[in-house]
Write a protein that binds this ligand. Sequence first.
Ligand code: NAD
Ligand code: TYD
Length: 351
Amino acid sequence: MNKNILVTGGAGFIGSHAIRYLVNQYPDYKIINLDKLTYAGNLENLTDIEGYSNYEFVKGDIYDAPFLNELFDNYAFDGIIHLAAESHVDRSITDPNEFIKTNVVGTVNLLNVAKSHWQDDYKGKLFYHVSTDEVYGSLGEEGYFTEETPYDPKSPYSASKASSDHMVRAYYNTYGLPVIVSNCSNNYGPNQFPEKLIPLFINNIKNNRELPVYGKGENIRDWLYVEDHAKAIDLIYHHGRLGETYNIGGDNEWKNIDLIRKLCEIMDRKLDRKPGTSAKLIKFVKDRAGHDMRYAIDCSKLKNELGWKQEVSFEEGLEKTVDWYLDNQEWLNHVLTGEYEEYYRKQYLER
Ligand code: NAD
Ligand code: TYD
C-alpha cells in the first residue's frame, strides 16, 4: 500500500460516502475508518465495501487520547481526514457537552497525536479537517460566506466546530503541522440520519407523520449532494495548499418551506398519492432557538484553484435521495430504534 489514510467518523453520513469514493479511487491506499459508532454511526452504510482489502474499520473514540496514541503506534498514517463529530444543531441545543468533548477535545487529541507521531518528518503528511459553513454565522438577504468571512458561530454546534477549526489552524501556525480546512454547506443524500431536515421529512411523509417546520420556514440553506462533497474532499486532500481553507457549496439556495413543498410533490408522485396530500402534513412549530437565517457559500476559490464543480443537480439529487430512502426501509428500521423514538418525543412531541 502506498499510503495509510485515517478517516475519522467514516461510519457516518458524509464519512461513509468519502470512504466509498476513496477506496474505489485508490486501490493502492489503505483507508482506516475510525469511528465510535454513536447513534449516528452505522456500519450498514459501508456493507458494499467492507470486504475490500484496502479498507479497515477500527472502533474507537477520539476523546480517548491513550487509545489514539496506541492506534498511531500501530499504523504509520500518512494522512488524516477528520470528519468525526457530533453534527446535529438541535442536539447541541439540548446537550452541548458532548459537542465539546468530541468536536473540540477530540480534535485537539487528534492534533496532538499527529504532531507527536509526525514531528520528525512532516513531509508528505496532512491533517485535513472537515468543517461546516455554520462557523461563519448567519447571513442577511445579501452576500455570501467566503474564506475571509470572520467567524461568528451562533449555536453550540457551530461554536464547537469553530473552536476546532481555530485549533487546527493554531497547530499549523504554532507547530507547522501540515493542515487544510474545508467548510461546506448543508449536505443531503442517501445514508443521512433521519434527524436532519430532508431524511426526517421523507420518513415522516412516508409514515403520514406531521412535518414540523421551524418558525415560518423562511430560513435559507445552500444544499449540496453528498457525493459532490466526497469528490471535493478527495481533490482538496490531494491538491489543496497547506494552511489554506476551502469553502464548498451547492450554489443552490432554498427557503426551507419551498424545499419542503418540493419534497412533498416528489413524495406524492413516488407514493402514488393525490397531488397535495403530503403537503397537508406541514405544521409550523416553535422556532429553533437562535435559528440562523441564511447560509450561502461562495466556493469560487475551490472551483478556480482546484477545478471542482457540482455534478449532481438538485432535481436529480433529490430524486436519488427519495428513491434511496424508499428502497432502504431495512436501513431505516435499524436506525429508528428506541433511542430515536426517545429523541423524537423530546424534540417534537413534548416541546
Ligand atoms: P454524522 O453525524 O452523520 O456522522 C458523524 C460520525 O462521527 C458518526 O459515524 C459517529 O459515530 C462518529 N463519531 C461521533 N463522535 C465520535 C467520537 N468521539 N469518536 C469517533 N467517532 C465519533 O455527521 P456528518 O453529517 O457525516 O458530518 C461529518 C462531518 O462533516 C462533521 O465534522 C460535520 O461537522 C461536517 N459537516 C457536515 C455537514 C452536513 O450537512 N451534514 C455539512 C458540512 C460539514
Ligand atoms: P438541519 O437539517 O438540522 O441542518 P442545519 O440546521 O445544520 O442547517 O436543518 C435544516 C433547516 O431545516 C434549518 O433551517 C432548520 C430546519 N428544520 C425544520 O424546520 N424542522 C426540523 O424538524 C428540522 C430538523 C430542521
